[in-house]
Design a binder for this molecule. Sequence first.
Ligand code: GTP
Ligand code: MG
Length: 297
Amino acid sequence: MFKRIKEAFKKFIESASSIIFSREKLESLIDELKLELVASDVAYEVAEEISSRLLKAVDEGLVRSREDLQRVLKNILIEVFEKAGSVDLLSVARANKPCKLVFLGVNGVGKTTTIAKIAVLLRDNGFKPLMVAADTFRAGAQEQLKIHSERTGIPVFTGKYGSDPASVAFDAIQFASSRGFDALLIDTAGRMHVDIDLVNELKKVVRVVKPHFKILVVDALTGNDAIEQARFFNEAVGVDGVIVTKVDAYEQGGVPLSIAYILGKPVIYAGVGQGYKDLKPFNVYEYVNRILPDLES
Ligand SMILES: Nc1nc2c(ncn2[C@@H]2O[C@H](COP(=O)(O)OP(=O)(O)OP(=O)(O)O)[C@@H](O)[C@H]2O)c(=O)[nH]1
Ligand SMILES: [Mg+2]
């Protein structure tokens, strides 16, 4: 996990250790680091921010040793995540019953699986969740959620193919309140992310549902695409938090950092496998410690 970005930081800190800490030499190492970061799925503006903050620290005389570099880098990374804030989804759900969660994301990122994972998590925490198949566009979308419903025993609300997703979501809300469901997980259509019809459809769903939380699901393995999708959905309907999937197979490492910086919204969970329990709360400190090299090594 996150091998490549860790390697980038490690190489940087090790190369820096073997030189005298002059501005000129550090500057060229920082330039190299920037390129390595971009190759590790760090969005250009984030890599740019990291390098200019590093140079500033150098100019302020804060970087005289390998330990200094490590500390300065750690502070820069933590600050990116602190600016993005943090959200405890279970607290949001407890504070808003019935809690309405809308899931956004393009096809194939793991959106449906993630909905089932969150539904299981909510059930394990005492909620009565209902999954809602508001993707009435794509053949198979409703069946996918039904399969997860059969496997997990968590009910699903479906509508007719071709019907208006917003009206399916609206009906689901009525159904939930009459049956005592206290959390709705609404699956929306994915398609291509440059589709204006999709934007209008999602806007309508959001207008009708008035969700308490809009969760964007992105696939870490798509790298820069995931970052572009984040920008797109955030501009289209606004995103409150992000779940990054397939982190178990992800080596580049930069996607969570880039998303936090670019959206200024928290990464709340990481998908770490195909099972329903393969979902981990995203821990900023753990992530930062993982992508920076250990000083001893
Ligand atoms: N390794 C791994 N696989 C995952 C993870 N999340 C989802 N998957 C797998 O990714 C594939 C696609 O997941 P879906 O949930 O169907 O994705 P989707 O975004 O709903 O896709 P469509 O509805 O087909 O567009 C499935 O084989 C999932 O098991 C994860 O965190 N790790
Ligand atoms: Mg799906």
